[in-house]
Design a protein around this ligand. Structure first.
Ligand SMILES: [Zn+2]
Ligand SMILES: [Zn+2]
Length: 150
């Protein structure tokens, strides 16, 4: 009875050297390809896509922030481009912290898209990072600026 597995094994053993050589050649050829044009094109294209994406995201973020006043609702900080540890200092906050549940549903990165899609609903404000972390839920002034007249 013809045994395919057996015969291919025999074939392999018989032609092992030649097959390995062929395989190596093929790999080398493809590695060259992968290192060359295709790879370059891929990375260039990928970076370009990421860059375009970043610009679009930034534009949207500024659009939303400006709509909600363009400055921290507590301390008045208004530099939309200011970043700290690669995070923008100003961001959208859900007033009264009622957004925790809601925010969990919407990922941080998609909040701006969500706001625009829902035609800028009320209940949001702009806060800077400092005031954001110091805000007592339900208050309009953070612990740092409480009692200050701004
Ligand atoms: Zn602030
Ligand atoms: Zn504050």
């Amino acid at each position: 009875m013809y045994n395919k597995k057996e015969s291919s094994k025999k074939y392999y053993l018989k032609n092992r050297r030649r097959l390995i050589e062929k395989c190596k050649l093929w790999q080398e050829k493809n590695r060259e390809k992968a290192n060359g044009y295709v790879r370059k094109y891929y990375f260039k294209h990928r970076n370009l896509c990421l860059f375009k994406d970043k610009i679009a995201r930034e534009k949207l973020r500024k659009e939303i922030l400006l709509h909600y006043g363009g400055k921290c609702a507590c301390c008045g900080f208004s530099d939309l481009d200011f970043k700290i540890y690669n995070h923008s200092f100003l961001s959208i906050d859900h007033i009264n912290g009622g957004g925790t549940k809601h925010m969990k549903k919407i990922k941080r990165g998609t909040l701006y898209k969500w706001i625009k899609r829902n035609k800028y609903p009320s209940g949001f404000r702009v806060l800077c990072m400092g005031c954001n972390v110091s805000m007592i839920p339900g208050e309009n002034k953070c612990v740092l600026h409480k009692g200050e007249v701004i």
